[in-house]
Design a protein around this ligand. Structure first.
Ligand SMILES: C[S@@+](CC[C@H](N)C(=O)[O-])C[C@H]1O[C@@H](n2cnc3c(N)ncnc32)[C@H](O)[C@@H]1O
Length: 286
């Protein structure tokens, strides 16, 4: 029997079928399941479920993704997507995914009135300076078709105790919560975001809170593993524990699944001003 015949036969045996599937031992299956649970409970998972609910069975929409960055494959499942961003680099990457890209400022959209069925954004509205925000919402209203829907994942300011602690050091807050986190130059309270949409005559379809004070281990480290550690022993301890948990991939995944479950309850009980972000969907009246 030559080698080719041997392996051809071997792949029909139990062991061969195992080879064909690759190395997914019990530990990996367990880890994969943990990581999948973690992803589903994360902000990304929640955001995806929110968008999916609003799109429903839509298939042929014309959609605008504001501040699209590298884009989201999810949006392309519901129709043709036009991406707008201030930066060319992400637009180069999103060209293959979206039907069209535009290099422009989203607060001055070079687009006709009443054009799109959906206008979406993800992690963008918190980046728009407060003085430009009403202009952005007016632009969304202008280019959305009557009856069209707009939905956004918005980073916000918060009144929860972690944010209050962080804001008691304004310079550090500016550095760690505004600049180093990608330029959150337009953080405002969740209610203020909602009021802006209402003021522009949008009808609210759905609003969900994102996060209370329970974050992932990475997020605690990301925001507080700096001068904040020297301001509070509790914060120093929290960062140290998160770093230990992050050392082992399985422990890290388990810790974050636990935090995700805890967040699920905390988030649902959190009053709106204590959330750190919102998912908002509105409709332009007919
Ligand atoms: C945090 S990233 C989010 C990217 C993407 N939406 C996502 O979910 O991954 C924010 C994006 O908004 C873009 N952006 C910020 N201000 C903008 C403006 N005034 N006009 C157009 N794009 C803007 C940035 O270039 C960046 O790509």
């Amino acid at each position: 029997m030559n080698e080719r015949d041997f392996y051809h036969k071997y792949y029909q045996t139990k062991q061969g079928i195992k080879w064909a599937k690759g190395h997914t031992g019990f530990k990996n299956l367990f880890l994969d399941a943990l990581l999948e649970m973690r992803a589903q409970m994360s902000i990304v998972g929640k955001r995806q479920r929110f968008f999916k609910k609003i799109f429903g069975r839509e298939k042929n929409a014309l959609m605008l993704d504001l501040g699209c960055g590298g884009g989201h494959e999810l949006f392309t499942r519901y129709g043709n997507v036009v991406g707008v961003d201030l930066e060319m680099t992400p637009l180069e990457n999103v060209k293959g995914l979206y039907s069209m890209v535009i290099n422009a400022d989203i607060t001055y959209l070079p687009l006709r009135n009443n054009t799109f069925d959906y206008i979406v954004s993800s992690d963008v509205i918190g980046h728009i300076p407060l003085e430009n925000k009403n202009r952005l919402i007016s632009e969304i209203f202008r280019v959305l078709k009557p009856g069209g829907k707009t939905m956004h994942a918005v980073e916000t300011n918060s009144n929860n105790f972690l944010y209050r602690f962080a804001q008691s050091y304004p310079d550090l807050f500016q550095k760690s919560f505004v600049e180093e986190i990608g330029g959150h130059f337009g953080l405002e309270m969740p209610q203020d975001v909602l009021n802006r949409f209402k003021k522009h005559k949008f009808e609210l379809i759905k609003l969900e809170k994102l996060w209370g004070f329970v974050w992932s281990t990475e997020e605690y480290i990301y925001r507080f593993d700096n001068e904040y550690k020297d301001k509070s022993i509790a914060i120093k301890f929290l960062v140290a524990v998160c770093k230990i948990l992050n050392k082992n991939i399985v422990v890290h995944a388990m810790a974050n699944v636990f935090l995700g479950i805890l967040n699920y309850f905390v988030e649902s009980l959190t009053p709106l001003p204590h959330a750190q972000g919102i998912l908002i969907a509105c409709k332009k009246p007919l």
